[in-house]
Design a protein around this ligand. Structure first.
Ligand SMILES: Nc1ncnc2c1ncn2[C@@H]1O[C@H](COP(=O)(O)OP(=O)(O)O)[C@@H](O)[C@H]1O
Ligand SMILES: [Mg+2]
Length: 466
């Protein structure tokens, strides 16, 4: 790498960030620290710089500074350092054109990666890339299909986040594409050649979870007759995808937090810790903010993984994406079944658009596949759709119409029962979800899901302190 010239914008001046130590690793030709934005803009206007470093929290709002920097030199990569990283600021910075957003506490490691990546390509190439992306705006990105504004925002966050090593939290209902996000981040990152290790925290029994994740030494417990590497170590150099992280038992949450902070793992029964280099992408379909409030998810771990949050919108709010996806799944299914591509009839599209898709993209995929498998002609019609989908969609299309069909009436009764049951249960337990779940004999996750369906918040049932 050619020696870079770096400009630092930090109102605290040279005493602000620990620049000398941080930037020394990059062996810059020149590091210039400017205390005011005006001075910085002036300096940028007069000379060519390779990288700008911006200190968050010390001066004007970062998006304001970023906007001015971009105006002064649209091609200058800007890395933001934040001593107190949080999701909102990360999102704001990335949207305002920051090339990277780094946790100051981890800056020493991350800056080097970040800078190397930013500085390696010639600036001309970087500029062309920006142009190309602006012109093409693909409706498909890294395995995702869909061009709704919310999904485009997701793609752009993935792209920016991939370049750094920050941990990411992906939230969204089941089937919205959380795993696809994790894979896309991995594939677009410099860890691409390393392993991608998915772990479903909800599927592994609690008793096995610790040794699965952290590994164990020989003789650590009965049955441990050989030492074994855990999945965290297995992901060394790559990406660890912790799916349904909300299901992780509390003691393991504490252990995981330690790994994320220290980047070291101690196998069960081991004395020493081994260093690991992983990026963690965690996902949850449960309302994790409510779980934190209820004490079911550790607040410190939440803050640690919530640095960058990608919230996937439910399919029902993605507008035309439903049609786009349905068409794609129909063509794919026809191909797999070795049938001519006849697609779906126009009224099928209408039904699909009106349905509320609780299982999101996964459900849509299944419904379309099934319809084509059932259909006698190459083009699937309404008769090939499941009754419940057609009925529910019909009801949504005419909200005034009274529910008359069997399925509609049944759904109405179930919904009313659920709502009364939950309200009563939560009232008696003063919003203590764990206790309520125990009494109802349902898993906490199920209770949370039901509450979410009915827009019930545990906090609303707690007695507020005067
Ligand atoms: N935007 C999308 N475009 C195409 N396929 C998608 C999209 N979102 C999800 N899928 C597909 O839907 C299925 C469910 O996605 P997944 O990532 O497993 O969801 P989640 O982890 O949120 O439950 C997968 O087969 C995935 O490939
Ligand atoms: Mg999943």
């Amino acid at each position: 790498m050619q020696q870079p010239r770096i400009i630092v914008v930090d109102p605290a001046g040279p005493d602000g960030l620990p620049y000398p130590r941080l930037l020394a690793r990059l062996q810059p030709l020149e590091v210039r620290v400017e205390r005011s934005l005006d001075k910085a803009l002036d300096t940028i206007g007069r000379d060519a710089w390779d990288l700008a470093v911006l200190a968050a929290r010390t001066g004007p709002r970062p998006e304001t500074v970023l906007a001015s920097l971009r105006q002064a030199d649209p091609q200058l990569p800007v890395v933001v350092f934040d001593p107190r990283p949080d999701v909102t600021t990360a999102r704001i910075c990335l949207q305002a054109g920051a090339t990277d957003y780094l946790d100051l506490a981890r800056a020493e490691d991350d800056l080097e990666d970040s800078a190397e990546r930013l500085l390696s390509g010639s600036r001309r190439r970087a500029a062309e890339e920006v142009l190309r992306r602006a012109v093409e705006r693909p409706y498909s990105y890294a395995g995702f299909l869909g061009e709704s504004p919310t999904m485009r925002e997701v793609y752009s966050i993935i792209e920016r986040v991939a370049a750094s090593s920050v941990d990411v939290l992906v939230t969204g209902e089941t089937g919205t594409g959380k795993e696809l996000v994790a894979r896309a981040i991995h594939a677009a990152s410099r860890r691409e050649a390393g392993p991608f290790v998915p772990v479903d925290c909800g599927a592994i029994p609690d008793a096995l979870m610790e040794s699965e994740l952290f590994g164990h030494e020989r003789g650590a417990f009965t049955g441990a007759d050989a030492r074994r590497m855990g999945l965290i170590e297995f992901a060394d150099g790559g990406t660890l995808f912790l799916d349904e992280v909300g299901e992780l038992p509390l003691p393991l949450q504490a252990k995981l937090l330690r790994v994320l902070q220290e980047r070291r793992v101690r196998r069960v029964g081991a004395r020493q810790e081994n260093p690991v280099d992983v990026r963690v992408v965690a996902a949850t379909s449960r309302p994790i903010d409510a779980m934190v409030a209820a004490g079911d998810f550790r607040r410190d771990l939440f803050y640690r993984i919530n640095v960058v949050r990608i919230d996937l919108p439910p399919l029902r709010v993605r507008g035309d994406d439903i049609g786009l996806l349905a068409e794609h799944f129909a063509n794919k299914a026809a191909q797999e079944m070795g049938r001519p591509a006849g697609g779906l009839s126009t009224d099928v599209y209408q039904v699909l658009k009106n349905y509320h898709w609780p299982g999101n993209v996964r459900e849509l995929q299944n419904v379309v596949r099934r319809a084509l498998a059932m259909s006698r002609s190459p083009t699937a019609g309404i008769d090939d759709l499941p009754d419940e989908v057609v009925t529910a969609a019909g009801r949504a299309a005419e909200p005034e119409a009274e529910a008359v069909g069997f399925f509609a009436r049944r759904a109405e009764h179930v919904a009313r029962f659920e709502r009364e049951f939950l309200t009563d249960l939560l009232t008696r337990h003063l919003g203590d979800v764990s206790a309520a779940a125990r009494e109802a004999r349902i898993p906490r996750g199920t209770l949370y899901r039901l509450m979410k369906n009915h827009s019930l918040d545990a906090a609303g049932f707690r007695i507020r302190e005067a």
